[in-house]
Design a protein around this ligand. Structure first.
Ligand SMILES: *[C@@H]1O[C@H](CO)[C@@H](O)[C@H](O)[C@H]1NC(C)=O
Ligand SMILES: *[C@@H]1O[C@H](CO)[C@@H](O)[C@H](O)[C@H]1NC(C)=O
Ligand SMILES: *[C@@H]1O[C@H](CO)[C@@H](O)[C@H](O)[C@H]1NC(C)=O
Ligand SMILES: *[C@@H]1O[C@H](CO)[C@@H](O)[C@H](O)[C@H]1NC(C)=O
Ligand SMILES: *[C@@H]1O[C@H](CO)[C@@H](O)[C@H](O)[C@H]1NC(C)=O
Ligand SMILES: *[C@@H]1O[C@H](CO)[C@@H](O)[C@H](O)[C@H]1NC(C)=O
Ligand SMILES: *[C@@H]1O[C@H](CO)[C@@H](O)[C@H](O)[C@H]1NC(C)=O
Length: 476
């Protein structure tokens, strides 16, 4: 409980410290240019030194590094941003492609302000399977599908129209290449899972007429971070769809892991739910390769490895209390090290964990001056983790090299994409991440800080007037 309260304090701290004047550059177009200019402006990456420029790509081409990084803007005109990942793991210029849907941000239980830094309280807002990419549109209750150009992974082409998620506030999507299906979790007043068939030529087609419901008594937008849906994900062989749902210990709401088995190539409606003993606020997850076990973070203490029984009931197999944690919410597993990495929004460390026994392998305290990191993803030799920044420290993506194997993670870059950073630190980045053999997938949602969206007299937050031309009013 003490630790859970510190999670809220951590988030509140970020909100309270993000108050800076709005600048006129808060547009996607400006952001795109700023992202493209990054290469020329290199020096913001202090630890990069000579590593990036002019150095040939590492020889170990056999290890599959990411080709592109994708994220959503979560703006009113929601868009997918694609950044190129260079052979040396660094990020470069990208593209911005409208989804045809709208973004939306959750609100904080404590105070009702716009949720930041985690606008969606989730992991998995954009996913890739083969040459198909699907992104959520939390403000229009739809998901959009794109194909990825074979020669240029930053080139996306929308297929069909955005599809109705049958619920409200879609915030996490999972794709099965085996089933050619996409399932999306909604976390708003109509919370639950809906599934679609997915084809590169036909786009998305509804397989359901109603969501598989989660009766979490939420609103739209949801009030969180507790008591919201966290992440939906197919298991490794697509025999089940799993979803983490956060509890709220303060009001005796129990969180759970939901499992819908896949029967006859269809995600069934026969749900098994379990609340593994000792877990309370299940958040981000990572599939443990070649295992039925699942690695999860729990924002109330750290992380755990869950074993799943044949009846789809989860029990804690190993757990890790991260003693100096404030809010451990996002997880990734490296294929190279076979270990898990977790981050903390209010503690600037990367923690490596043995998924078999929960042993804490390494705590890497970063000295780069960032306040903390949130979403992270692993691809090949690298781990990418997002620092949301604050009013004085720019948002950044910190790159860790894990090529030396277990226990060797070292920071190699602190990439500061302009346009989501210091002068616009009212924007927060939600860096939702899953790895794919070919693509590194991140979702990034920009939100104005809570301090800029003071509660109105009716208690609901409102946008700063400067956003009116850019972002639709989300709370009216
Ligand atoms: C929406 O964003 C896309 C890029 O993501 C841009 O091309 C388009 O002009 C924008 N549309 C509006 C109405 O702002
Ligand atoms: C549902 O939430 C509302 C507040 O949004 C609360 O007043 C009500 O008691 C809740 N109902 C249950 C069954 O928890
Ligand atoms: C939660 O449940 C426990 C056990 O039933 C009870 O002792 C406690 O008072 C409850 N807390 C709240 C906030 O309702
Ligand atoms: C699966 O499909 C087969 C053939 O279509 C059918 O015989 C069987 O009853 C189905 N099983 C379930 C559990 O629906
Ligand atoms: C849950 O764990 C606690 C200690 O962590 C233990 O005392 C309790 O018996 C466990 N409950 C069950 C149902 O396993
Ligand atoms: C990291 O910093 C924490 C304080 O936040 C300290 O307790 C811990 O020992 C440090 N770990 C290492 C490996 O330096
Ligand atoms: C931003 O974060 C840095 C690093 O934690 C901290 O030193 C600084 O005081 C923070 N700035 C604000 C305005 O909170």
């Amino acid at each position: 409980m003490v630790q859970l309260l510190s999670l809220l304090a951590g988030l509140a701290l970020i909100c309270a410290t993000s108050a800076v004047p709005l600048s006129e550059t808060n547009s996607l177009a400006a952001r795109e240019i700023e992202i493209e200019e990054f290469e020329a402006r290199g020096p913001s990456c202090e630890s990069r030194g000579g590593h990036h420029k002019g150095k040939p790509a590492p020889a170990a081409a056999a290890i599959t590094n990411a080709k592109a990084v994708y994220f959503i803007t979560n703006a009113a005109n929601n868009s997918v941003v694609a950044l190129k990942v260079n052979a040396d793991g660094s990020l470069s210029d990208g593209s911005v492609t409208a989804t045809g849907g709208a973004g939306m941000s959750g609100v904080l239980i404590a105070g009702g302000a716009v949720a930041a830094p985690d606008a969606l309280f989730s992991q998995g807002a954009v996913k890739v399977a083969g040459n198909m990419l699907v992104a959520v549109n939390p403000g229009s209750n739809t998901i959009s599908m794109f194909t990825i150009d074979a020669a240029d992974a930053t080139k996306l082409t929308m297929v069909g129209q955005p599809a109705d998620t049958l619920g409200e506030f879609p915030m996490s999507v999972s794709l099965s290449a085996k089933l050619n299906q996409a399932c999306v979790a909604n976390s708003g007043a109509k919370a639950g899972i809906a599934c679609f068939s997915m084809s590169a030529t036909e786009g998305l087609k509804a397989l359901d007429t109603a969501v598989r419901p989660f009766n979490i008594n939420q609103t739209t937008p949801p009030a969180g971070p507790e008591n919201t849906v966290s992440q939906t994900f197919f298991n490794e062989d697509s025999t089940a769809l799993l979803t983490t749902v956060k509890g709220n210990p303060a009001v005796n709401n129990t969180g759970f892991l939901s499992i819908f088995p896949v029967v006859n190539n269809t995600v069934s409606t026969n749900e098994a739910r379990s609340s593994p003993n000792g877990t309370a606020v299940l958040f981000g997850t990572a599939l443990i390769p070649n295992s039925k076990n699942v690695f999860v973070t729990d924002a109330s203490f750290g992380s755990a490895t869950l074993a799943i029984s044949s009846k789809n009931i989860a029990t804690v197999k190993a757990s890790t209390k991260i003693l100096d944690q404030k809010a451990t919410c996002w997880a990734a597993i490296s294929d190279l090290t076979k270990t898990a990495f977790v981050t903390d929004v209010a503690n600037n460390h990367l923690v490596e964990i043995d998924v078999n026994n929960g042993n804490l392998i390494k705590e890497l305290n970063s000295t780069n001056g960032n306040p903390g990191m949130i979403d992270l993803v692993s691809a090949g030799k690298f781990i990418y983790a997002l620092s949301p920044g604050n009013a004085t420290v720019a948002s950044a993506v910190t790159v860790f090299d894990v090529s030396g194997g277990r226990g060797t993670a070292k920071e190699v870059q602190n990439f500061k994409p302009a346009g989501v950073t210091s002068k616009n630190s009212c924007y927060r980045i939600v860096f939702e991440a899953r790895k794919d053999p070919l693509y590194l997938i991140l979702s990034l949602a920009e939100q104005p800080a809570a301090a800029q969206c003071p509660p109105t007299t009716d208690g609901k937050p409102t946008w700063h007037p400067s956003y009116d031309s850019l972002l639709r009013k989300l709370w009216v």
